[in-house]
Design a protein around this ligand. Structure first.
Ligand SMILES: Nc1nc2c(c(=O)[nH]1)N[C@H]1C(S)=C(S)[C@@H](COP(=O)(O)O)O[C@H]1N2
Ligand SMILES: [Mo]
Length: 166
């Protein structure tokens, strides 16, 4: 019985379901800050992520064309909904901000309806800040006709560095 409870708790924390516990603090350079309506934090009232923490999130891959590159590209990263679950997000919208001060609001429902990625690798190469990195929001646009639309193109934020949950 005790063993079962321990196994369940271990599983819950591995999937980010134990929303009460604190996030470990980042040890390396902070690549992504999440602020706003979140219940799990590690830097004042924000959640900060270094590369190791980002790469420890469940990995997801997708293949898609984009509006800014030629042909089908392979992307690897984490699902936006997994990040929001991990930080205990409680809102309806995120405001995403990029290194170049690009800012856009994205409805959180996009991330439950679609497997939207925050990608850190494209074609097996790490994305750098010279090349849309460290994180690029990537929609599975080839799989869903409705995503092949300028309204969604705006939401493909590259050089993503900050998410505010509203
Ligand atoms: N960081 C960042 N991401 C961005 C943008 C930007 O200027 N900066 N432009 C957005 C817009 S308006 C579109 S249509 C798509 C494609 O941008 P592009 O057509 O300017 O290459 O990326 C989106 N992501
Ligand atoms: Mo655009």
């Amino acid at each position: 019985m005790f063993g079962l409870v321990v196994a369940f708790l271990a599983l819950a924390s591995a999937t980010g379901a134990s929303a009460q516990s604190a996030l470990p603090p980042p040890e390396g350079e902070v690549l992504l800050r999440v602020s706003g309506r979140i219940s799990r934090t590690n830097a004042e009232d924000e959640a900060h992520f270094d590369r190791a923490m980002i790469e420890a999130l469940p990995r997801h891959a997708l293949h898609t064309t984009t509006s800014v590159t030629d042909g089908v590209r392979s992307f690897e990263g984490f699902l936006m909904r997994d990040l929001l679950e991990l930080v205990g997000a409680n809102g309806t919208t995120i405001t995403a901000t990029a290194l170049n001060d690009y800012v856009i609001d994205i409805p959180i429902s996009d991330f439950t309806k679609f497997d939207v990625l925050a990608a850190y690798r494209m074609d097996d190469q790490a994305l750098t800040t010279q090349d849309k990195g460290p994180l690029w929001i990537v929609y599975p646009r080839d799989e869903h006709r409705e995503l092949q639309d300028i309204r969604y193109d705006y939401r493909w934020v590259w050089q993503l560095i900050h998410i505010e949950v509203r």
